[in-house]
Each structure stands twice: as structure tokens, then as C-alpha cells.
Design a protein around this ligand. Structure first.
Ligand code: 6PG
Length: 234
């Protein structure tokens, strides 16, 4: 993206306040404009305080549909399931959280196809895509590995696909379903929320490297059509 704006906070709680406020505003604007909001939210640990804040917001949650930016190919309810984590926070408020990998399956490509079909039914582009970033520079579940090129450069109608990271990430060593790069960069608003010096370095390097970055987040950012807000706390 031509425009990347950094927002820095004293701590994760302060970041959570600010990001939750921005997300609330984006949801309200989408509901005003289109009667509904469709947003993508990441799993992982960093967004937990953001979701705690956001669920306190007075919003017409019934008009909000949430898809995960990516999901681990595990049954719903599994401790590794992002939809389960996001659902715990938002379903009680009345939001719809789309379980993109509802079944136990070993066939991650088929899981990716059915996730894509589910997303094709939602209004598009996404009103918001909030991304996390891993210490290895992955974002959503765009990791290096066999399906890396497809996730980055697959057909532009493709919203989601199944991928097998290589190496498997130690925090969740399973196949994934992820938004494609196209699904991410076409969102009407693109935000990143990360903590810690290590991830900050990764993102700074990724931005410097641009389209040729050896970090997946660098390739995605180089392609973003809109300004990207990066929120960072120590
Ligand atoms: C996932 C995520 C992933 C996440 C990063 C950062 O399912 O793993 O959606 O892309 O955002 O791995 O995770 P942490 O916030 O836990 O460091």
C-alpha cells in the first residue's frame, strides 16, 4: 500500500480501546450504508482484549456477520478453533459467526472450497479485515508452504482456500483455511494489530522489502489498495 499509518500505544489495554473503537465505527458506518456489516477477525492471542472491549459496544449486533480471517482445520469446539474463540465472544451478543470449518476433516482442500462457497454468499468486499501477524511474518494463514503461491496469486474471485503450512506452526500444527490475499486486500478497511518488538521488526522489514518480501505480510501489504492502519503496543 502507498499509505501505511502506525499507531502506537503504551500497552495492550490502550491498544484494545482504540482498535475496538475503530472497529465499532466501521461496523456502524457499514450498517448505515448497507444495512449490515461483514467483517473478518483473526484468531490468536493478541485480539482477545480487543474482543473483550468490542463486545461492550452498543451495536446492532444482529446485523453483524463475522468470518475468521483464517481457521485451523479442526472440529468446531476444539481448543485450536478460531471460530470457537471468536464465537464465544460475539455469538452471545447476537452476531453471526460463520463456522467455516464445521466438520472434522482431513481434507483441507475440500474444507477450503466449502469455506470459499460460504463466503461467496456474503456481501463483498468485506467492510473490514483486521489482521494479526505471526513472528514468522505470516498473516491470516498465508504461510510459506505448498499452497503459498495459490493463497497469494490464485484466481481473484477466490475468497478462501485450504493451505498446508510448511513448516507447521508450533502453536497450532494443523492445516488451515485462510482468506486469500485478494479477499484481504479488497476489504474496505484494513487494520493490523500486533504487540511486541519482534513483530514490529518483522513488519518494518516486510514493508521495506515490499512486493518481493520474504514475509507473507509484506506481500499482502504491498498489494493493499487502501491505506492500512497498523496498531502496535509493546
Ligand atoms: C491464527 C491467526 C494468525 C494470528 C497470528 C498471530 O489462526 O493463528 O489468525 O494469523 O493472527 O498467528 O497470533 P497471536 O496473536 O497469537 O500472536
Amino acid at each position: 500500500s502507498e499509505e501505511i499509518e502506525w499507531w502506537e500505544y503504551d500497552d495492550a489495554a490502550e491498544m484494545a480501546d482504540a482498535v475496538a473503537g475503530d472497529v465499532q465505527f466501521i461496523i456502524e458506518s457499514a450498517i448505515d450504508a448497507r444495512g449490515a456489516a461483514v467483517i473478518a477477525l483473526p484468531g490468536g492471542k493478541t485480539p482477545v482484549p480487543i474482543y473483550e472491549k468490542l463486545t461492550q459496544a452498543k451495536l446492532d449486533w444482529k446485523r453483524v456477520t463475522i468470518v475468521p480471517t483464517d481457521e485451523r482445520v479442526v472440529p468446531l469446539g476444539d481448543a485450536l478453533s478460531n471460530v470457537t474463540m471468536i464465537g464465544k465472544a460475539f455469538i452471545p451478543k447476537g452476531a453471526r459467526v460463520v463456522p467455516i470449518v464445521p466438520q472434522a476433516t482431513k481434507d483441507y482442500k475440500a474444507a477450503g472450497k466449502s469455506a470459499d462457497a460460504l463466503m461467496q454468499d456474503l456481501h463483498w468486499p468485506l467492510d473490514l479485515c483486521l489482521l494479526g501477524v505471526g513472528g514468522d511474518g505470516h498473516t491470516a494463514s498465508i504461510f510459506f508452504g505448498a499452497d503459498y503461491d495459490e493463497a497469494l496469486n490464485g484466481p481473484k474471485e477466490r475468497r478462501a482456500l485450504g493451505v498446508m503450512p510448511d513448516p507447521l506452526p508450533p502453536e497450532a500444527p494443523v492445516a488451515r483455511v485462510t482468506l486469500s490475499r485478494q479477499g484481504i486486500v479488497t476489504a474496505r478497511a484494513l487494520m493490523i494489530a500486533v504487540t511486541g518488538d519482534a513483530k514490529r521488526k518483522v513488519i518494518e522489514t516486510a514493508i521495506k522489502q515490499g512486493a518481493g518480501s520474504n514475509y507473507p505480510i509484506g506481500r499482502v501489504l504491498a498489494d493493499a489498495e487502501l491505506p492500512v492502519d497498523i496498531h502496535w503496543a509493546p
